[in-house]
Design a protein around this ligand. Structure first.
Ligand SMILES: [Zn+2]
Length: 480
């Protein structure tokens, strides 16, 4: 079994920072060896009882992480690789998308299998396995999108859980496509609750939104900014409140995906104060971008069309606060890239035809680190929202989400001083634009290990297609 010693770094976990060396044996972390504080005297023996020099001699490879952070690999629980949408597919395959994720320090994704109306959940799961199996550079799991609630589908939810897929996403938006009625949502929540599974909700009032969209198009307001103006934050707040009430009645754990509006956050905070099992994630685009980007001229705003839409600036402060207070527990990306050319362009002259989604899987860890640099998050909180809580929320902990003996050696060595400029010219996602073109950041991934294997090795791609394995997940470990 090959061994790697990561020496000299600062291990950052959700519970704090520690000057420690990390010994990897095969696919697992074998030991975390605390180093003696310089100048404190003593015997030269590390706190773990094993001298680090002894470990260094024993390891096949030593990686010098002096001045670097040693993090548990990022876990992005909201991605859409090669997802069908409006007659096209999101531009990253499982191969290109997982490679880009690794470049940015993410070692696990949880993607969405999408049930088409009239098809079964298990056939859907088979289809998504066929897309991903043998193609991923990092480990992956699936959530299931339930778009056709009927007796068969409800029964199949238990079979999905047995197959390691125990989170079911539903939509209060997109009438005629993924939209579920309140009655359908209640039925699925009751079914999920019997097994302890979590229902994930896209909470926007799609029925009302469709009326606003039709009015805008009829009035000739067709530019991309109208995508945002026809999906007001109040309609996200209303849907979030309604989802919370339905989950309360069904006694079902609820996870609000891609929360973007302070009205929705207030509803989540109230439910959490009341002790309900309600959780929420936000995404970097809602923390760093705004309605102003959606209003960029010459159709450039189309690059920023996603649902819920980017909000006005004042929502960003609320979201950062929510991340600190844990009313927002997770940051995922909702990575769903469509190229500007030929894909986003489908909506020239009609914003409602612009494919919904933005690229982001590569830059989540870096953008959140920018939040650390700006004083919005502490270092441990960065790791918590990007890795540890996602692992707990979706039944992967402590295999993933922590640097500890026995856990998978999914490890990121991160240089907090390195400078980088985000650009489509240098990113690794299979998409022709960056939503953050020209943004300068401090901090960069140096090395990413997936189960002990270098995927990014000192700034060079060293991974292999098909190394990534499917993760059968357990139930939510975060319930109150
Ligand atoms: Zn999504």
């Amino acid at each position: 079994m090959s061994t790697i010693l990561i020496s000299g770094g600062t291990v950052v976990t959700a519970s704090g920072t520690l000057d420690a060396d990390v010994l990897v044996a095969g696919e697992k972390i074998a030991a975390v060896l605390a180093r003696e504080v310089t100048g404190a005297g003593g015997t030269g023996e590390a706190a773990g009882g094993v001298g680090d020099s002894a470990a260094a001699v024993a390891a096949d490879r030593v990686i010098d992480a002096t001045g670097k952070y040693v993090l548990p690999g990022g876990i992005d629980v909201h991605t859409h690789m090669e997802m069908p949408f409006g007659g096209t597919f999101s531009a990253d395959t499982f191969e290109t998308g997982t490679r880009a994720a690794a470049w940015g320090g993410t070692t696990t994704i949880v993607d969405f299998a999408v049930q088409a109306k009239g098809t079964s959940l298990l056939a859907t799961l088979d289809k998504w396995h066929a897309k991903a199996d043998g193609n991923c550079a990092i480990d992956y799991g699936f959530h299931m999108i339930v778009s056709d609630v009927n007796d068969t589908t409800l029964k199949e939810m238990d079979a999905c859980i047995a197959a390691g897929v125990n989170s079911f996403k539903m939509f209060m938006a997109y009438p005629g496509v993924f939209y579920a009625t309140d009655g359908e949502i209640l039925l699925a929540m009751q079914q999920a609750a019997r097994s302890g599974a979590t229902v994930m909700m896209h909470a926007e009032n799609g029925i009302a939104i469709d009326q606003l969209v039709a009015q805008a198009i009829a009035a000739g307001r067709t530019d991309p900014v109208n995508h945002g103006l026809t999906r007001p934050p109040e309609l996200e707040g209303e849907a979030t409140s309604r989802a919370i009430v339905l989950a309360q009645v069904a006694d079902c754990p609820l996870y609000i995906v891609h929360l973007s509006a302070r009205q929705a956050l207030a509803a989540v905070a109230e439910a959490r104060d009341n002790g309900q099992n309600v959780f929420a994630e936000t995404c970097p685009q809602y923390l760093f971008l705004s309605l102003d980007d959606l209003a960029r001229p010459d159709f450039e705003g189309a690059k920023f069309v996603a649902s819920p839409p980017l909000r006005s600036q004042e929502h960003q402060d609320s979201l950062w606060r929510g991340l600190r207070s844990n009313d927002l527990s997770v940051v995922s990306t909702d990575h769903c890239p469509f190229c500007f050319k030929d894909q986003k362009e489908l909506g020239r002259g009609d914003f409602s035809k612009i494919p919904n989604g933005m690229p982001g899987v590569e830059h989540r860890m870096d953008l959140l680190h920018a939040g650390v640099v700006a004083g919005q998050l502490t270092l441990p909180r960065w790791v918590e929202v990007a890795s540890t809580t996602p692992a707990r929320m979706f039944g992967l902990y402590p295999r993933k989400g922590v640097i500890a003996a026995g856990s998978d050696a999914d490890i990121v060595i991160y240089d907090p001083q390195a400078r980088q400029t985000l650009s489509a010219a240098t990113h690794h996602m299979n998409v022709d634009y960056s939503a953050y073109e020209g943004m300068e950041l401090t901090g960069k991934v140096v090395t990413t290990l997936s189960r002990g294997r270098p995927v990014i090795d000192e700034g060079t791609y060293a991974g292999s297609t098909g190394h990534g394995a499917f993760l059968a997940r357990g139930l939510n470990q975060y319930l109150v």
